[in-house]
Design a protein around this ligand. Structure first.
Ligand code: SAM
Ligand code: SF4
Length: 364
């Protein structure tokens, strides 16, 4: 195979994507260069901020890779109060972020559904409708998704984690709460409910192949996703998957692979929003900015109150855990300027892809 030929031949076959994901040296540089050109043509050098509020680390699930899984007894569990969540949203407004992401461990029940509904309405009021809200609260029923949409949420992030059902089984307990088909159905429900839908995968998992990753990108394309957040898998010592750490690529190789995934996805889905995941920064302090250069256009600064940051530890070395939100903002501004990008303050930054999708369905 020849990379110059592959790069001009989108849509790609699975083996071509797998080839691109293994590109090194000159070929890797060509891939990154092409992705940067496509990015500039379709989404420019703007970066949208989503203030990330990790509002609770309580979770009913037990994903084998995740540091806040239910059975990890070393975690100090917390939930932010309504006031703390609203203060963080206010901070986002005052600092001219176009949107916030409310993320938590997965919970269920009517009390939880109502609480999120209430918070969404309050955020709408305090921002005069000026903030877009993304939810990332796991698998819920179609009715719950609809209620939250009607209360003011407009985007939802639910990573498929891997598009390979067999690999999914290796990463999750084998019970009815952790089913690939349910995860897949939730994505369908979110789309049907009317959300801008985001998904993603972890990159460099034990047992994962280049072909799996190529199929992940094809899955995103086939599903016609609006937004993607994907980053390297990072091990956590208090999780079952830690037993397989010997099988992992080095952290630097996982980082490079994640950049290549972002670059190839930008070539395949030119107008979607792609987030530079925080896990990139855990490996390289400039990780998210490097992702901007090869295709990403969204950054999620963590605006969770500082005292909770160390308790939302999905993996080892999670960055910025001791810093306050405003410290993160000033260091981010400098780093983004360094890679010649511009922060789109006061802009919602809706996915262009979603807008086109809506038009196609007779929406506005
Ligand atoms: N509970 C919700 C869910 O699972 O969709 C949202 C929060 S969950 C912590 C957000 C994402 O964190 C997951 O989709 C997963 O991809 C990522 N994550 C969890 N453990 C990780 C790890 N060890 N390394 C990298 N990412 C991880
Ligand atoms: Fe819970 Fe999400 Fe972590 Fe799975 S990935 S254990 S659902 S917080």
């Amino acid at each position: 195979m020849n990379i110059s030929e592959i790069l001009i031949r989108e849509p790609y076959m699975v083996e071509e994507i797998a080839y691109l994901l293994q590109a090194e040296d000159n070929e890797k540089a060509m891939l990154f260069e092409k992705a940067a050109q496509v990015k500039k043509a379709f989404v420019q050098n703007k970066v949208y901020f989503r203030g990330l509020i990790e509002f609770s680390n309580r979770c009913r699930k037990n994903c084998l890779y995740c540091g806040i899984r239910r059975d990890n007894v070393h975690v100090r569990r917390y939930s932010l109060t309504d006031e703390e969540i609203l203060d963080a949203a206010r901070f986002a407004c005052e600092n001219r972020y176009g949107s916030v992401v409310l993320q938590s461990g997965e919970r269920g029940g009517d009390g939880y559904t109502k609480r999120i509904e209430h918070l969404l309405k309050k955020i709408g009021q305090l921002s005069n409708g000026g903030l877009r809200v993304t939810l990332s609260c796991g698998e819920q029923s179609y009715e719950t998704y609809r209620r939250w949409l009607e209360a003011g949420a407009s985007r939802y992030l639910l990573r498929i984690e891997t598009s390979n059902p067999e690999l999914y089984k290796k990463l999750h307990p084998n019970d009815r709460h952790h089913r690939f088909e349910m995860r897949r159905k939730s994505l369908d429900d979110l789309k049907r409910a009317g959300y801008q839908v985001g998904t993603g995968v972890m990159i460099g998992l034990p047992f994962q192949t280049y072909e799996d990753l190529a199929n992940d990108l094809l899955f995103m394309k086939q599903f016609d996703i609006d937004m993607v957040g994907m980053g390297p898998y990072l091990e956590h010592p208090h999780t079952p998957l830690y037993a397989f750490r010997e099988r992992l690529l080095s952290r630097e190789d996982r980082f490079q692979l994640a950049l290549k995934m972002i670059a190839v996805l930008r070539l395949m889905m030119k107008d979607i929003n792609i987030a530079a995941a925080t896990a990139l920064q855990a490996i390289d302090p400039m990780g998210r900015e490097k992702a901007l250069k090869v295709g990403a256009n969204v950054i999620m600064p963590n605006i969770t109150p500082g005292k909770y940051r160390n308790d939302y530890t999905l993996y080892e070395n999670k960055p910025c855990t001791d810093e306050n939100a405003d410290d993160c903002q000033s260091c981010l501004e400098a780093r983004i300027a360094f890679v010649r990008h511009e922060i789109a303050y006061d802009e919602w930054g809706d996915s262009e892809h979603f807008k086109e999708r809506e038009k196609g369905q007779g929406g506005e």
